[in-house]
Design a binder for this molecule. Structure first.
Ligand code: ZN
Length: 126
């Protein structure tokens, strides 16, 4: 995931990629201090694992509403062509509206999983 820390020199946000999901893993892999280059002032400094944090995924934050906005009409059109017309009269209206809620549920699940990922990394203090 993408990890962040603030540069000790210029306060610019430094970001780097790592496959660790918790600070404990990060510490085991890199040690207590991680040496990072600032891409703003070009200073190399050591950063404590505790000073490194992660943030919610921007892509997921944007894709949530997008899944809803695109998924709902697609599902609506799919239902229109694939569910026999007479079935609409037999279906309970609630069930149809329930189906339309699926894209919203998917985007919620994705966002909750992302929040969990962020919390499980950021909540650990050694
Ligand atoms: Zn800097």
């Amino acid at each position: 995931m993408r990890l962040f820390t603030k540069c000790k020199n210029c306060n610019n946000e430094i970001n780097f990629r790592n496959d660790c999901s918790t600070r404990v893993e990060l510490e085991m892999q890199k040690g207590e201090n991680i040496s990072l280059d600032c891409n703003h002032c070009y200073q190399k400094q050591d950063y404590l694992v505790n000073k490194i944090y992660t943030k919610p995924s921007k892509i997921l934050r944007l894709s949530g509403p997008l899944i809803f906005l695109i998924g709902t009409p697609i599902l609506g059109i799919w239902m229109y062509y694939n569910i026999p017309k007479e079935a609409f009269f037999h279906f309970k209206t609630g069930l149809l509206f329930g189906l339309l809620g699926v894209p919203l549920a998917v985007s919620q699940i994705l966002r909750n999983r992302d929040r969990l990922r962020v919390n499980s990394f950021n909540n650990y203090y050694s």
